[in-house]
Every structure is written in C-alpha cells, then in structure tokens.
Design a protein around this ligand. Structure first.
Ligand code: UDX
Length: 443
C-alpha cells in the first residue's frame, strides 16, 4: 500500500520502518529540518534497538523516503497516518494542536491538488490516527473534513480512523511487529477493509470497533498498567513497614493468571512520555464529564511520591546529606532507551541537590539527553565516564534504571572504591543477598 506518515517521533518512525519492511511504500513527513536531514542520511534520531537496521534496509530498497513536502506525500497515499505528539497542557489535558495542524494540511492539499482525480477515483483517503488522543478526537477531525469539503463545495471521500499504538520504548520494533492485539476504530466497511488488509500478515486478534471506543481502549490500557504499578508500590511501602519481601509478594500474586506477573515491579515508579501524560489526560477527560476519577488521581499521586520516599530512605541511611557523595546509576526512565522525559532520576537528583548532596551520575546512553533536557540540574552535578568512576569515594549508590550492565558490574571492585558501602536498589534489580554477602548495606 502507499502510505504517508506524519511525524517521525518514536511511534511515527517505528510505524514507518515496520510498514516499509512489510513491502509498503512509505513517505514520512517531518517538519523539523534537523531531524529530517538526519533521517534522509539514514540516521535514527533516538536510541531504539532494531530501528536503524530496518531503516537501512528500507532506504536501500527504496520503500521509505523522508520529506517536508506534505503535498508530495499526500497525493499518492491511500492511508495517511497521524503520529505527531500530544503533549500535556498545564491542566493535564492533551494538546491537540499538532494533530489538528496535520489534518488542516491534509485537507488543504486535497482541495488544491486532489479533488478532481479523487472524485473520478471514487476511492478516497483514510486518515489514521496513531497518536494517543482523547475520546472524540476522531469525530472532531471528521467534522473538520466535512466542513472543509462543504466550504469548497466538494464531496471528497475522506474518512478518519483510530488505530492506537501500544508499542513500548526499548522494545518498539518487536511490539509493533508482534502485538498482543490490533485495535481498529472505523466508521465504514471500506475503512475496516483497508486496515485489515494492511495488517493481514499479523497473527493476533484484530478488534474492529468505532473510533471513540478505540480511543478509549488506548487510555484505559495505559491507565490500567499504571494502576498496577502504583498498586504494587503501595504494597511495597507496606512491605517495608512489616518486613515482607515485595518481589515475592508480586511473584505470588503474578502466578494467578487473573492478575498476571507483568507490571508488578515495585520501585521508583513510572516515567517516560506516555504514562504520566496519558493518566493526566484521561483524568482530565473524566473530570470534564463529571465522572469520579479519584482512582486515577491516586495512581498519579502515589507515583509522584516515589522519589520523595526514596529520598527519605536515603536520608535515614546516610543521615546528614550535605556534602555526601551520592552515585546515581541510570538516568533514563527505563532501560534500552535514551529517553529521559519525566524520568524518575530527574526528581531524585533535584531532591539530592536540594539537600546539598554531591551527585555523580552514570548512564550508558542517556547522559547527553539528560544534559539537554535538564540543564539546571546538570550544571550542579557530575557525569562519570563509567559506572566504576561514578562510584569513586561514594557514600551511597542509588540504582534507578535496570540496565543489564549494572548487573554485570564487578561489585567487589565497586565496594573497594566506596567511602560507605550503602546501596539503594530502587528497581529491586540486583540480588541483595549476594551484595550483602560482599559487604554492602542494601535496602
Ligand atoms: C507504555 C505502554 O507500555 C505502551 O503500551 C504504550 O504504547 C506507551 O506507554 P513505555 O512508556 O514505552 O510504554 O514503557 P513501559 O515499559 O510501559 O514502562 C513505563 C514505565 O513504567 C517505566 O518507567 C517503567 O520503568 C515503569 N514500570 C514498568 C515499573 O515501574 N514497573 C513495572 O512493573 C513496569
């Protein structure tokens, strides 16, 4: 199929390279000149396993191109994917200005260049929203199209569909190609046929529904996963008080297939570009419709308190924080990504600096992004070249991201470098017992 993808962020680029790998002809429209130039040279603008090799292959076979010329992308495309950002506004609701701008561009180019040929073809275009958007956005976009066509006196068949994306950063290509399900929100049999055709080689359930329901599925899924995390974090606090082991509690719960083992890892809480923003947006939609959303608000609150609780624990162990050297291992919001958006590390480091501790951090891929995203914090801390250097004369280590390389460290060597052998594993990632035997004080 001939496909246009608007936005070369995580979702857009992963969608584009995966659909190109399946033999579709994909044109990606990116407005950011710097990003566009890099992509045209075959360079991926973020760290995500497997995207670079798929991009290489798609560029060599000519299945993918990158442009800022919307008209050229829109003209031949049957499917137009909207994959732009929907950041949070100050009140928590989603900012849909980028989504609306793409729709305006599509309509403008359809009216200028496409109407005569489209009317003859009697086959219109399907605009597919992959960005996470509040319920009703698809309807709004359809209304925009109707009004536009009325205003220019034409009846171009253009339909809006919702096809939410459930990929996780760090495993994006795998999640796109082997999803648990595909959700298609459409208003016509033709829209459904086109999307089922696009995904015909995927071996997973395909749920076809209306656009409003599809939009809800995405928010409800993310909110439910985040609820699991905050739930286990609440249980973790209780475990601390009664000397129970939260990792075993999670394991014992997870064996129950009705609960499932995933998203029950207690620790520093969730960050990133999706959960915090999507929860806020979902709660904002609920409030707008006078639905009680205290459950979601509590999930958010529990998560926001995770760094505060960690700092309390650290203060309890190290006592006077002023002048203490604290090593932060891991800056990204999860491993296998260089994304530091809303990362727990930013909140922990801000707290440590407030206490006048000396902060030394190391992350295998996230340090450049951290410096760029948090210049004020970065100016007041140090970044080490490797994990051992970061632990030099340290009074305590805080592990915030479960990068495999941290598990493989020579912990005897680390211990020998430290001033005080304190380790706070905020991901329950390392094996406390073994580190305890080496002489670490863990909690
Ligand atoms: C999430 C959803 O999983 C994905 O379906 C959606 O498309 C986008 O949002 P992502 O944010 O990339 O994906 O990462 P995810 O693996 O879900 O982790 C989110 C956050 O929760 C991370 O900070 C992670 O460390 C944290 N987390 C996850 C936990 O604290 N405990 C867990 O058990 C699982």
């Amino acid at each position: 199929m001939n496909i246009a993808v608007f936005g070369a962020g995580y979702v857009g680029l992963v969608t584009a390279v995966c659909l190109a790998a399946q033999g579709n002809k994909v044109t990606v429209v990116e407005k950011d000149r710097d990003k566009l130039e890099k992509l045209q040279e075959g360079r991926v603008t973020f760290y995500e396993p497997d995207v670079d090799s798929l991009l290489d292959a798609a560029m060599s076979s000519g299945q993918i191109t990158f442009t800022s010329d919307s008209a050229a992308a829109i003209a031949p495309a049957e499917l137009l994917f909207i994959c732009v950002g929907t950041p949070a506004l100050p009140d928590g609701s989603a900012d849909l200005s980028q989504v609306e701008a793409v729709m305006r561009t599509i309509l403008k180019h359809l009216s200028h260049y496409q109407i005569p040929s489209l009317q003859q073809e009697a086959e219109g275009k399907l605009v597919v929203v992959k960005s996470t958007v509040p319920v009703g956005t698809g309807d709004r976009l359809s209304r925009m199209a109707e009004l536009h066509m009325q205003s220019i006196g034409a009846a171009v068949p253009i339909e809006v569909a919702s096809n939410p994306e459930f990929l996780r950063e760090g495993a994006a290509v795998h999640d796109f190609l082997f999803p648990d399900r595909i959700v298609i929100g459409v208003g016509s049999a033709r829209g459904e046929r086109l999307l089922r055709e696009l995904y015909r080689s995927f071996e997973c359930p395909v749920l076809s529904t209306d656009t409003r329901t599809a939009e809800m599925i995405k928010y409800a899924s993310n909110s439910f996963l985040a609820t699991k995390i905050s739930f286990i974090n609440m249980v973790s606090d209780l475990c601390d008080k009664v000397q129970a082991d939260v990792t075993h509690v999670a394991k014992g719960m997870g064996y129950d297939r009705r609960i499932g083992e995933q998203f029950l890892k207690a620790g520093i809480g969730f960050g990133g570009s999706c959960f915090p923003k999507d929860l806020q947006a979902f709660a904002a939609v609920g409030r707008k419709h006078h639905v009680q959303v205290e459950l979601l608000e509590q999930v958010i609150r529990i998560n926001q308190e995770r760094p505060v609780k960690l700092l309390e624990k650290l203060k309890d162990a190290l006592w006077v924080m002023k002048g203490k050297r604290v090593t932060v291992l891991g800056l990204t919001f999860k491993p296998h990504t260089d994304d530091v958006r809303d990362c727990p590390a930013s909140h922990v480091i801000a707290g440590l600096l407030r206490e006048q501790a000396e902060v030394v951090a190391y992350d295998p891929v996230g340090m450049a992004n951290f410096r760029a995203a948090y210049p004020e914090l970065s100016a007041r801390m140090r970044f080490a070249d490797n994990a051992y250097e970061a632990c030099d004369r340290s009074d305590g280590i805080v592990l915030l991201t479960e990068w495999p390389l941290f598990k493989e460290l020579d912990w005897v060597r680390v211990l020998a470098k430290m001033e005080t052998p304190y380790l706070l594993d905020a991901r329950h990632y390392l094996i406390d017992e073994e580190l305890g035997k080496l002489g670490f004080v863990c909690n």
